[in-house]
Design a protein around this ligand. Structure first.
Ligand SMILES: [Zn+2]
Length: 232
C-alpha cells in the first residue's frame, strides 16, 4: 500500500473517532466551536486542552486576524507543492534551487525531508542541487523503495534531461540522518547507484549518531559537507 493511502485511512479512522465524541456525544460547546477544537487537536503536539485554548483565542480575535490564519492555510494548500525535479517544497516549478543557473547542477545532495534541505541551505556551504526522498526506508513500518522518490532520483542520474538544466549528475552526496534507518537507506542507494557512472559520497561523520540533520548546528553541518567521504 502506498504511504499516502495509509495516511488517508489513518485520517479517516481518527475522523470517525473524533466524530464519535463530537457534539452529539455530549460536548458542551456549540457545534462550530467543537469542530474547530477537534481540527486543532489533530495538529502534532496539540492536546485537547491546548486546542480549546487556541479555539477560544480565535473566538476572541478580530475577524481579520482569524481570516488571516484560515487564508494562510488555504493558500498553503493551494500554492505549495513538490518540485517536479527534486521534490523540495516550492510555489514555483521547478523550485528556486533547481531553477538557479549559478548552482552546480552536476552535484545532487540526497536528504530525507525538506527541512533537512533547509538546514543545509542555511549553512551557505553547499551550491549544488538536492533530491528529497520524502522519508527513509523502514521495512518494519512497511516503507519500501517505491514509497520514496528513489525511482525519480535514479532517472535524474541516468538521464541528464531529467535533471535541472539538462546537466548530467557527476556526484551524488548522501545526506541521510545518522540513524539505523538512515544508514540502511544510504546503503540501499549506494548499491543502486553502483555502476551508473557517478561518484557516491556521504556527509562526514561529525553528526552525532542517532541525531537529526535538522537540529545539527551550522558549523557541524558545514564540516560534514566539506569533509564528505567517498563510499566504497
Ligand atoms: Zn527543485
Amino acid at each position: 500500500m502506498h504511504s499516502a493511502d495509509r495516511r488517508q485511512s489513518a485520517d479517516e479512522q481518527s475522523r470517525k473517532k473524533g466524530g464519535a465524541r463530537g457534539p452529539s456525544a455530549g460536548s458542551a460547546y456549540p457545534a462550530p466551536v467543537e469542530r474547530l477544537i477537534v481540527e486543532l487537536g489533530r495538529l502534532p503536539g496539540i492536546g485537547r486542552r491546548s486546542a480549546e485554548r487556541l479555539a477560544f483565542h480565535l473566538l476572541k480575535a478580530s475577524t481579520d486576524e482569524a481570516m488571516a490564519l484560515s487564508g494562510a492555510i488555504a493558500d498553503l494548500k493551494r500554492s505549495v507543492r513538490h518540485c517536479s525535479v527534486c521534490f523540495n517544497l516550492t510555489d514555483t516549478d521547478p523550485c528556486a534551487i533547481c531553477g538557479d543557473t549559478r548552482r552546480d547542477r552536476s552535484k545532487m545532495l540526497v536528504v530525507e525531508q525538506p527541512k533537512d534541505l533547509i538546514a543545509i541551505e542555511q549553512t551557505g556551504m553547499y551550491r549544488g542541487l538536492y533530491h528529497v526522498l520524502m522519508g527513509r526506508l523502514s521495512p518494519l513500518d512497511g516503507v519500501e523503495p517505491e514509497d520514496l522518490t528513489i525511482s525519480a532520483l535514479l532517472s535524474r542520474v541516468d538521464d541528464a534531461l531529467k535533471n535541472a538544466g539538462g546537466e548530467p549528475i557527476g556526484e551524488v552526496i548522501l545526506g541521510l540522518n545518522p540513524t539505523l534507518e538512515g544508514d540502511g537507506t544510504a546503503m540501499y542507494l549506494h548499491d543502486e547507484l553502483a555502476g551508473r557512472g557517478v561518484a557516491v559520497t556521504r556527509l562526514a561523520r561529525g553528526l552525532p549518531t542517532g541525531g537529526a540533520l535538522e537540529y545539527a548546528n551550522k558549523a557541524v553541518l558545514a564540516d560534514a559537507i566539506e569533509g564528505r567521504q567517498s563510499m566504497q
